[in-house]
Write a protein that binds this ligand. Structure first.
Ligand SMILES: Cc1cc2nc3c(=O)[nH]c(=O)nc-3n(C[C@H](O)[C@H](O)[C@H](O)COP(=O)(O)O)c2cc1C
Length: 279
């Protein structure tokens, strides 16, 4: 039925999205459209068997060239977790989540396989880094969707890269293995909220890339988001940027991007096996 996802589309985009025809009704897709990050978890334990099931789903993700360049680190040791969490006091869910995984880009394994088969080839070029990153990201999102399917909540954690040297030392990462993101996992303690997305007009291009109407798409999106959940009282760094009369998503993200994260990551990668050059 055409309007099978009407409520979900409105929740996700703050708009009526016309699909333009009959589509199958899938309860799972409804759940995907309503998905959300969760940062507070109940005390309900997550059994190891369940984590293994989610990891199996994670590693069912597609993989570039079947190279399988993702790995996961299941951080069970309390001491190590506490040391990692202490690096990010502004994100207490890193230490508090019942389960903490780290999805790793792993360019090392293919290097080692080359060595095992007498065809040693350095996998530290941009291609190796990029393929490993994509594989890890796909495994991460597969894990997220699998967890949400079973009623668990998750929160990816890329701030690990903001203290990359300390995080890599705590996790004992060898060269050519790097965190794409951690993943907090547990049963949600609250409902959470759906983060509205940009309209498909801004993110989907047909036949040729065309962002000529970006400004109006962003303005409309800012207003819809603001009507649902205003952030006007949480303006970033007013001392630097002043106080905006209308403070929407785009103003917030422009300010956030003007204070870039990830300083030192490229340097760390280059000191740990990656040239990031042409192969
Ligand atoms: C790769 C990646 C890294 C993220 N890193 C963090 C993080 O370090 N800390 C955090 O609280 N949330 C993090 N998030 C969660 C995002 O803030 C969240 O996905 C975004 O606000 C959209 O919300 P939604 O997932 O509920 O739709 C991350 C998400 C992704 C995909």
């Amino acid at each position: 039925m055409t309007d099978a996802y009407e409520n979900e589309m409105r929740a996700r985009f703050g708009l009526d999205v016309a699909l333009g025809g009959e589509v199958p009704d899938s309860p799972w897709l409804r759940q995907v459209l309503m998905r959300r990050t969760q940062r507070r978890y109940s005390d309900r334990a997550v059994p190891d068997a369940l984590v293994r099931l989610l990891l199996a789903a994670a590693f069912s993700a597609s993989s570039k060239s079947d190279f399988q360049q993702a790995s996961a680190l299941w951080l069970k040791d309390r001491g190590r977790r506490d040391r990692l969490a202490a690096l990010f006091p502004e994100m207490p869910w890193i230490g508090a989540a019942p389960v903490f995984l780290v999805f790793l880009g792993d360019a090392r394994r293919l290097d080692r396989i080359g060595g095992l088969r007498g065809k040693k080839q350095d996998n530290g070029a941009l291609e190796g880094f990029f393929n490993a990153t994509v594989d890890a990201a796909l495994a991460l999102q597969s894990c997220i969707l699998a967890a949400e399917t079973l009623g668990l909540g998750t929160c990816p954690i890329s701030v690990l890269r903001n203290h990359i040297a300390a995080a890599a030392e705590i996790l004992e990462l060898p060269d050519k293995v790097f965190p794409v993101a951690g993943l907090c996992l547990g049963y949600p303690a609250q409902q959470g909220f759906i983060s509205m997305r940009l309209p498909l007009e801004a993110t989907v291009h047909v036949d040729r890339y065309d962002d000529s109407r970006l400004a109006e798409a962003i303005d409309g999106y800012d207003r819809r988001r603001d009507a649902r959940h205003s952030i006007k009282d949480r303006q970033r760094d007013p001392a630097r940027f002043g106080s905006a009369e209308f403070y929407g998503w785009s103003e917030d993200k422009a300010r956030q991007a003007a204070m870039p994260e990830g300083a030192g990551f490229a340097t760390w990668l280059k000191a740990h096996g990656f040239t990031l050059d042409e192969p």
